[in-house]
Design a protein around this ligand. Structure first.
Ligand code: SF4
Length: 272
């Protein structure tokens, strides 16, 4: 179901890290997760933000269109854009009609198989996805975000089926998502999908702390130090090594299956 108006937290006119090229980044209001490292707690609730129409947002884009194109476009982020699925679909539909590249930055957690018709409609107007895999371990995922990992991977499967190019994002937090085991598991998980275009490992930072103070919420990661860029690079390398190892294992397994298929298919009379 489409909807012409949605609740927007803010709009950044010059985004360079949320999809290809220079982008207009639209922060949607509302999020069902409660990631311990979240630096945008002011996007969580639906009782704030500014109501905006699809046309008002795209008019802002049109004013600076030459500045974004040919490589850039719009990115819907948040918060969680899938909280306003009808509005997001209308926005991307209209953007595609105007020839604008669309990217979705999401945790994917709201995806449900029974809503495939609605999601497929959205994906038919989506050029690119940035998908957060918050924690590779299912229990660790619940501890970190308050939500299960299952719908996230189900959404990734759907993106793969629909051949949507997808960049995986992972925030590396000291003591939580920076262990060899956790990162290796992440690499192994994503090795099983054919639509992955890359892995972005972002270092945890503490810049959101002030917002927690303003909102009167306790900062959950008090005492956890920010991660340096070099450590994040190492975290990524660990995940990539595991990804490559798993791809190789899968290839060898497929070759073995093929060979044993040939063996089984042999005419017994020719085998003497
Ligand atoms: S999904 Fe994003 S906006 Fe929502 S709690 Fe997590 S980090 Fe914050």
């Amino acid at each position: 179901m489409r909807c012409d108006r949605g609740l927007i937290h803010s709009i950044e006119s010059f985004g360079t890290v949320d999809g290809p090229g220079v982008r207009m980044v639209i922060f949607f209001q509302g999020c069902p997760m409660r990631c311990l490292y979240c630096h945008n707690p002011d996007t969580w609730e639906m009782d704030r933000g500014e109501e905006m129409s699809v046309d008002a947002i795209l008019s802002m884009y049109e004013k600076n269109r030459a500045f974004y194109e040919p490589r850039g476009g719009i990115t819907a982020t948040g918060g969680e854009p899938l909280m306003q699925l009808g509005f997001l679909t209308s926005l991307f539909y209209e953007a595609k009609k105007r020839g604008i590249h669309t990217a979705l930055d999401t945790s994917g957690w709201l995806y449900r198989k029974e809503k495939d018709a609605d999601y497929d409609e959205l994906l038919s107007f989506t050029d690119y996805v940035l998908l957060d895999i918050k924690h590779s371990d299912p229990l660790g995922h619940i501890d970190l975000t308050g939500r299960s990992q299952e719908p996230v991977l189900a959404f990734l499967s759907r993106l793969d089926e629909k051949h949507i190019p997808t960049m995986i994002r992972h925030v590396s937090v000291p003591g939580i998502t920076d262990s060899e085991k956790e990162l290796s598991e992440l690499g192994k998980i994503i090795a099983h999908y054919g639509n992955i275009t890359g892995l972005d490992v972002l270092p945890y930072h503490t810049m959101g702390r002030r917002k927690y103070q303003e909102l009167g919420i306790l900062y959950p990661l008090d005492g956890v130090p920010a991660m340096g860029k070099d450590e994040a690079v190492k975290s990524r390398e660990t995940a990539i090594r595991a990804y490559q190892g798993e791809r190789l294992r899968m290839e060898l397994e497929a070759e073995d299956d093929e060979l044993s298929g040939v063996e089984k298919g042999k005419d017994p009379e020719c085998c003497s």
